[in-house]
Write a protein that binds this ligand. Structure first.
Ligand code: TMP
Ligand code: MG
Length: 297
């Protein structure tokens, strides 16, 4: 049986044999894939992070902006605010990805980062009407093959939950402009709160940062009726914190986690291989998630 498993995955999933794909337990991955395939698309849900998971980390040698960084546009914020946001990024991003710190150590610092940035943004009186143009001119780009990924899930009516610590309004605009905001897409994120004149006055709901997605999953994802009764989960993320996105699934049966390792590769490979079932190293494409989807559906 083991030999047959290997043979079928090798021929049907050659994408998993690329050198950029790392797996701690190839057998476990294959068994999970088989079980998901057997159970069918009616039992599947996909939970994905957004920034640097569905969007690319870099393109043509340049970093691709996150949803927060898309706000760095003179239509929305002034040079002083942009400068302050960049300074905060330089301080806190290295902490976010530091493999020598635990999430418990990172959490208060992430709350500090997000709170400071949101406070800066609120002072800028950002106008809702300007967001679309800022997204258009931002250079944001989703991973190669994203159309196949989104379209296939829509076609199969498999819910796609995008769970992001970024800015929900920007995220939605990116997905809309990429022409893949299909009815099966659900978003949990930090949404802007605008006053009657369409001017930013705050953020709605509980703050979501990279390391409190468990709370978000229990509070916000678990109640979504579309996700109930779907015990098989394909999870995509680029941060170890993203693994908690599946914590709201009521009765999980098979969980397959895919981690994009974009940055600080050498320092983080071990922890990523330990934590995710499949690790994709410096891979700017959706090739592997698409191959997995094709296989299990
Ligand atoms: P994600 O949950 O969709 O990946 O979004 C969170 C990312 O946003 C996280 O990796 C850090 C990034 N970020 C910025 O780039 N700039 C900011 O100002 C903040 C607060 C977060
Ligand atoms: Mg991310």
């Amino acid at each position: 049986l083991a030999i047959w498993y290997q043979w079928t995955t090798r021929t049907e999933l050659p994408e998993l044999s690329k050198v950029s794909v790392l797996m701690r337990q190839r057998n476990k991955v294959e068994n999970t894939l088989r079980a998901m395939q057997h159970a069918g698309p009616g039992t599947l849900q996909v939970i994905s992070d957004f920034d640097m998971t569905l969007s690319r980390f870099a393109h043509h040698g340049k970093r691709v902006p996150t949803t927060h960084n898309i706000l760095d546009h003179r239509l929305l914020i002034d040079e002083g605010c942009a400068c302050n946001m960049r300074k905060l990024l330089q301080i806190y991003y290295p902490i976010e990805i530091d493999p020598s710190l635990t999430s418990e150590q990172k959490i208060p610092l992430m709350v500090e980062w997000w709170t400071k940035v949101h406070h800066l943004l609120i002072q800028q009186k950002i106008q809702r009407d300007m967001l679309a143009q800022a997204v258009q001119e931002s250079g944001v780009i989703l991973r190669e093959g994203y159309e196949v990924f989104f379209d296939r899930l829509a076609e199969l009516q498999v819910p796609l939950l995008i769970f992001s610590a970024g800015v929900g309004d920007i995220l939605e605009e990116v997905v809309r402009q990429s022409q893949v905001f299909h009815p099966n897409v659900h978003v949990i994120s930090n949404y802007m709160d605008f006053d009657a004149n369409g001017v930013l006055r705050g953020f709605k709901g509980p703050l979501i940062h990279t390391f409190n997605k468990r709370e978000g999953a229990l509070l916000l994802a678990a109640p979504l009726p579309e996700l109930r009764e779907r015990p098989n989960v394909l999870l995509l993320g680029d941060s170890l914190g993203d693994l908690a996105m599946a914590d709201g699934v009521a009765r999980p049966r098979n969980l397959l986690t895919v981690g994009f390792l974009n940055d600080q590769v050498e320092e983080r490979t071990e922890s990523y291989v330990e934590a995710f079932d499949i690790v994709l190293v410096n891979d700017e494409t959706m090739e592997v998630p698409n191959a997995v989807l094709k296989f299990i559906t």
